[in-house]
Each structure stands twice: as C-alpha cells, then as structure tokens.
Design a protein around this ligand. Structure first.
Ligand SMILES: Cc1cc2nc3c(=O)[nH]c(=O)nc-3n(C[C@H](O)[C@H](O)[C@H](O)COP(=O)(O)OP(=O)(O)OC[C@H]3O[C@@H](n4cnc5c(N)ncnc54)[C@H](O)[C@@H]3O)c2cc1C
Length: 465
C-alpha cells in the first residue's frame, strides 16, 4: 500500500471471525481481510480510492467490492461509458471473493440441469445452459486478458462420487447433460479417477465436465480492482452504507465519511447483505458458513501417495459437498460446510470435521500441519438460484446475488448483466433475470432451526443411508 493511502485507511479494525450477518447490523467498518491463503499469497493489495471523506454526487453507486460489484463497475465502464462509484464497507473484496475455493465451474446457482428442467421445462433450461456457457466464455476471455493475473489452471471439473450408490444418479445427469444440452461430460470409473485426477480413496467414479478452472481467488479480485479503476471507476473502501433514503428520486447513501447521492444503486453485497440495507433484499438470502483449510506444501512422498494428476477443481457428491484441489505450490486446499452461527465458527469441531474429510480422501495427509484456516458466508437463495434483477421498474435499484457457493465464474457474467440493466438495456428473458429473489416468508425466524435439523439429516443421507 502506498504511503499516500495509508493514513486514510489506518488504523484498520481487525478481522472479526465471529461476524454473523443474521445477528450483526452490518459487515463492519474498515476491517481487515480474513486470514486466507489467497490474501496471504496475493502480494500487496491494490490501491483504492480510500474512504468517502465528503458528501458526493455521483451517477451510479455499486455497493460491495467483491467479484460481482467489480465486474459490474468494469462492464459499466467498458460497455456503457458509466464510471461507477463502488462503496465497500471494509477492505477491497473483503467478503467471499477473497475467501472462496477458487473453483470456476459451469454453473450459476446450486441446481443441477435436471432440476432446471423440473423447475422451468426443457426449453428454458436449454436457454439457461446457453447463458452459463456464454458466461464461461466471457470469464475465460477476462482471465486470459493482460489485465487479469490469477494463476488459472484448466483441466475441467471432476464431480467425484463419494459413495458407490451415487454413481447411477451421476450417470443419469451426465447422459442428460450430453443428450439434452449437447455438452461433452464424461463418466470415469474409480481407476480412471485415480489415473487422471487424484488417488482420492473415497472416489467410486466421477463425472468430468470439460469446463472447470482453478484460479487464485484474491489475485482475481485484486486484478478486477485494478481494471475497474483503470477504466475510471472509483472504489471507496472503509465506506459502509449505513443509511439510505430517496429524495426526489435521488438515492442518499450514508457512509461514515459523507453522504453519496446517486441516480442509481446496484447492490452486490451477497451473503454479507445487512437486513437493514434495503427492504428489497431483506431476508431474501440465507447466509451459510463454509470453511476452508490449506495444508503446508506436500513432501514428495505425500504427493506420490495422493497422486494428483491435475490442479483443476474437484468436488464430491455430498449434499454439503467438499471442494478441494492441489494448489500450484503443492499444498492441498479443501473446504465444506461449517458452523451454523458466526459465534460458533471458531469451535474446533468444525475444523476437525474438515480435517476428517481430507484424511478420508487422502489418508497420507492425516494430521498434516495446516498453514491456513478461514471461513466465509455463502449467499444461498430460497430457491437455490441467483437473481440479477430490478425489483421495481419505477425505482433505480438493482441487485445481483444468490449464487449459493457457485459465484466465482458466474459473478463475472452477473456483473455484465447487472451493468446492462443499470444502463437500461434489455437482457435475455430468463427466470433469473425476470423475477425477484424469493422471500423466506414465514420461515424467516426459523431458518437456523431448519439448518440444525437439516445438517444431521444430510449427514445421514450422505454417509449412512
Ligand atoms: C469458503 C467459501 C468457498 C467458496 N468456494 C467457491 C468456489 O470454489 N467456487 C465458486 O464458484 N464459489 C465459491 N464460493 C462463493 C463465491 O466466493 C461467491 O459466490 C462470490 O465471491 C460472490 O461474490 P460477490 O461479489 O457477489 O460477494 P462478496 O465477495 O461476498 O462481496 C460482498 C461485499 O459487500 C460488502 N458489503 C456488504 N454490505 C455492505 C454495505 N452496507 N456497504 C458497503 N459494502 C457492503 C461486503 O463487505 C463484501 O465485501 C465460496 C464462498 C465461500 C465463503
């Protein structure tokens, strides 16, 4: 960080491991990044425009500086000539965008293609598939450009059957992908998984999807920051939006350093959306904790035992899936479900569960030292799909969120779509663009109780029944 910026950002509040979006009023103010492998290895974070320090009149405000907010700012500038003002409560890309598993997959929410068909019918499902394919192409173009430096490792995505009984379901999904959507997925048996992917001792086979790229999460976010600023966007960190009123059609957003008045506001706050920010996003997402660990670099004998043949993304078929991979510096990263509340996030039992997941796959890594451990809040929508939407045609408020743990790739396209609707352009007629995030309705107060019932049920279903 340059000396000119340091005094305006300093001192920074420490990272709060217990932060909980359902309990706390907001994500904080000028907090440090979570102690992730990505932040630890990305180099110096890029410069930003510091906190808002006076009242300002701007055209478009984007709230949240994760992948979605930054992609929105990039596309607003590049394709619509709009130089957005991004407001971030903490440090750049402080939320999930510096905490994820870095797995870019050919999906946009949590639902499978068969579930798209059940929900929308085959025609809409095919158009949705085309949207996601276009998104991956655009993502590849972005990460392949000189502006983005994020250590991409291609090789496809391995969706690994953690039990034999899952294989018929996976085979059916693979056939559907290929026959109905014209995709090129392939089934692998256990031996093929061990030869082509890794010696995952739980694997009973896998579905391989040709699209699947591992990236360095923070390098991607920091590159987006640099690109957005190069294109003319302003990124104000340590500037949480704490109040919002509309005066004669103009949005007045209150931050600690001044009020930002804007013609339009795009919300890209994902699982960190404060319930009090705007009634249109209130209780529309369920923030779910996911945790992640990174081992020390593997020794040669450990590498040999684990047999990794690829650095591309791997996930297993558990409902609360593990996502894992070999990192470029020969460490292993793995993540999965975590605590239910922020207050319980540091409970060692969650780390122990994740370690157990790692050891069951790779016994050679039992008790291996860990160099990094962190967690973050995934934005799960009530129907498991995201929305990029203008909830009220008479109001210039827009949002893009709800990827349910699958936002690394699709957030780039979501930002592009969000920029298009902010600029008044038409976007494809797909359910994720034409309907609001569903509300949790009467279930809202009972969501965590539901989680407490569902987690043991998922465990039973995944491991025993
Ligand atoms: C542990 C973990 C692992 C994951 N792994 C994967 C993966 O491997 N692949 C995948 O596709 N997805 C993964 N995800 C999900 C993925 O990281 C997200 O979908 C993606 O980063 C969402 O980006 P975003 O910009 O929408 O939100 P975020 O990056 O969460 O950004 C939201 C930002 O909004 C800011 N904000 C909130 N309220 C305010 C306010 N009032 N004022 C100003 N700023 C505010 C927050 O500070 C935050 O920085 C994972 C998530 C987690 C937590």
């Amino acid at each position: 960080m340059s000396n000119t910026l340091r005094p305006r950002h300093w001192p920074r509040a420490s990272y709060d491991p217990k932060y909980d979006p359902l309990v706390d009023a907001g994500p904080g103010h000028n907090r440090d990044h979570a102690p992730t492998y990505w932040v630890g290895t990305a180099g110096t974070p890029p410069e930003d425009d510091g906190p808002v320090s006076r009242d300002m009149d701007v055209d478009v405000v984007v709230v949240g500086s994760g992948y979605t907010g930054l992609s929105t700012a990039i596309h607003l500038a590049k394709e619509h000539g709009i130089k957005a003002t991004v407001l971030e409560a903490n440090t750049v890309a402080w939320g999930c965008s510096t905490r994820n598993g870095g797995q870019a997959q050919i999906s946009s929410g949590r639902l499978k293609r068969s579930q798209w068909i059940e929900r929308w019918g085959v025609d809409v499902a095919k158009r949705m598939h085309a949207e996601v394919c276009e998104a991956f192409e655009m993502f590849n173009e972005m990460i392949g450009s000189d502006d983005i430096d994020c250590d991409p490792k291609t090789g496809g995505h391995y969706y690994i059957a953690h039990r034999a009984k899952v294989m018929p379901r996976l085979e059916k999904e693979c056939a559907l992908l290929n026959e109905t959507f014209g995709y090129g997925a392939k089934m692998l048996n256990r031996e093929e998984v061990h030869e082509r992917c890794a010696r995952d001792m739980e694997a009973h086979g896998a579905m391989w999807e040709p699209d699947g790229t591992s990236i360095h999460a923070a390098k991607l976010a920091f590159s987006y920051v640099r690109l957005a600023r190069k294109l003319g966007a302003q990124i104000h960190t340590a500037s949480p939006v704490m109040g919002w009123k509309v005066v004669e059609g103009v949005h007045h957003l209150t931050t600690p350093g001044g009020t930002v008045r804007a013609r339009a506001v795009a919300l890209a706050t994902a699982g960190y959306t404060p319930p009090g920010l705007n009634y249109r996003t209130k209780h529309r997402l369920m923030p779910i904790l996911s945790n992640s660990i990174v081992t020390r670099p593997l020794e040669d004998d450990e590498l040999e035992a684990c047999g990794f043949q690829t650095k591309s993304p791997l996930t297993d078929t558990r409902t609360l899936r593990h996502y894992y991979r070999l990192l470029p510096d020969n460490r292993v990263q793995i993540g999965s479900r975590s605590a239910i509340t922020g207050r319980d996030a540091e409970n060692p039992k969650h780390l122990a569960l994740l370690r157990k997941g790692l050891h069951r796959k790779f016994p050679a890594l039992t008790d291996i030292d860990l160099d990094y451990s962190w967690w973050g809040w995934v934005d799960v929508s009530h129907d498991m799909m995201p929305r990029i939407f203008q909830p009220d045609p008479d109001r210039t408020v827009y949002y893009a969120m709800g990827y349910g743990g699958n936002g690394v790739m699709y957030s780039a396209q979501a930002g592009k779509r969000l920029a298009q609707i902010v600029a008044g352009q038409k976007i494809p007629d797909l359910p994720i663009f034409t309907s609001a995030l569903p509300s949790h309705g009467l279930l809202t107060p009972f969501r965590r109780m539901g989680q407490r019932i569902l987690y043991p049920w998922y465990y039973l279903k995944d491991e025993i029944l």
